[in-house]
Write a protein that binds this ligand. Structure first.
Ligand code: GZL
Length: 331
């Protein structure tokens, strides 16, 4: 469906809605903001709702989106930071609908609770693209495409490495989970658990650190007080792993030696800790989603077909690999 047809049908819908509103209240009809703000007709107005600024990965992801969806690349980007709150994302998406943007994109902070607002975007004729994280909606017509990594595979790769290195040593581990209810936390936990099944690695405890360094440190402090035999930490992202390092060192133990650490993301700070021997293995989660988002948004607005699922490829690094890769890392 072309952008002009969609806009025309949305305008008719808005006019009918306005007429009904005027009939029963003095409220103004929804104002269409975009289009007369000086943007050319070829400019794609994209409303993006970002999870927040909780980690180094998120900062790199935001930079990729803002560096790519620029005016010179044909975009007018409306960007909002939800501070890791779903209600803020829903509010931002409703605002983009009200502004009648050409396309909406967002990284859902959690998997559930999106159907209503996605139905509103669909009724307004505004296509939606998911980046980074998935939603658990049954109705796949609510979004055009999902661009992001395979989190189950990331967790499985981390667990496979743990089994290769440590199976048979009777190791006891703790897990620092990502944000409760988020796709990466759910899937990475599943992937890691499936990989260590049948090994003698024992999970002592698992708790969310909400993908932040501060909360990762706090949870690890609690684990160290509760258990005196932790051999391994699996953290769902580098930032929580870096927080765990601080807690382990404060407890007088050596991270990467007394307590091994495996994380996911491979952002610069994590890769530096890996090169320094404080982390033992990192599975990458590529945050540079801006170019794929720009490509899919352009095709969607032009009414072209797009792939429903675009999987971003990830690498993995041990300590030697980190030393080699660090000089060229983009994030
Ligand atoms: C993964 C992304 C996760 C990162 C964290 O795609 O959603 O959220 O692994 C970030 O660092 O906070």
């Amino acid at each position: 469906m072309s952008r002009n047809f969609r806009r025309a049908s949305a305008a008719v819908l808005a006019a009918l809605t306005a007429a009904s509103l005027v009939a029963c209240s003095s409220e103004q009809a929804p104002q269409s903001a975009s289009g007369d703000g000086g943007a050319t007709t070829d400019t794609i107005t994209l409303g993006f709702s970002q999870v927040g600024a909780e980690s180094g990965w998120r900062a790199a992801n935001t930079k990729s989106i803002q560096d790519t969806l620029t005016a010179e690349n044909g975009f007018e980007l409306k960007f909002s930071d939800a501070q890791q709150k779903q209600e803020n994302q829903i509010q931002a998406i409703r605002s983009y609908i009200q502004q009648q943007v050409d396309v909406i994109a967002f990284s859902p902070v959690v998997e559930s609770g999106w159907d209503a607002v996605l139905e509103e975007a669909k009724s307004a004729g505004i296509p939606v693209i998911l980046t980074d994280r998935a939603v658990d909606s049954e109705d796949e017509t609510l979004y055009e495409s999902f661009i992001g990594s395979d989190f189950v595979e990331e967790g499985h790769r981390a667990g496979e490495w743990a089994v290769e290195q440590y199976d048979g040593e009777g190791m006891k581990m703790v897990e620092l989970q990502g944000t409760t209810g988020s796709a990466p936390a759910i899937d990475r936990k599943e992937g890691f658990a499936s990989a260590i099944e049948g090994s003698d690695i024992e999970v002592l405890d698992s708790q969310t650190g909400n993908f932040t360094r501060t909360e990762g440190k706090q949870v690890m402090e609690g684990f160290l007080q509760k258990y005196d035999d932790i051999d391994l930490v699996f953290a769902h992202n580098d930032d929580m792993g870096l927080g765990a390092i601080e807690a382990i060192e404060a407890a007088g133990k050596v991270p990467g030696e007394d307590i091994k650490i495996i994380t996911i993301d491979a952002v610069k700070d994590g890769m530096q800790a890996l090169a320094d021997g404080k982390i033992n293995y990192i599975v990458e989660c590529n945050p540079l989603l801006g170019p794929d988002l720009a490509d899919v948004a352009t095709k969607v607005v032009a009414g072209e077909d797009v792939e429903k699922r675009i999987v971003v490829e990830d690498a993995a690094f041990d300590q030697e690999g980190a030393k080699e890769a660090l000089p060229d890392r983009q994030y």
